[in-house]
Design a binder for this molecule. Sequence first.
Ligand SMILES: [Zn+2]
Length: 78
Amino acid sequence: MAEKKPAAPKAENKPQGGQVIALTAEKCVAEGCKSKPEKAQFCKEHFAWFKEGLLTLEGKKAKDFDKKYHAWLRRKAA
Ligand SMILES: [Zn+2]
């Protein structure tokens, strides 16, 4: 199979109203969180998670979330 990819870039206009990533989100971007964002696009708690590296900027859990989360809980309790 010889596939030829067009060299010219596609000049398509994406329709508005789809997924728009706004700088000021209406709710915390962490998965399943419905709190209002207080810092960046995170609520207070999830911003702390983000600072600890538990969450990515997109609100997804870090790869080693479990490990970091437990270490964080231990530090918080101390
Ligand atoms: Zn949150």
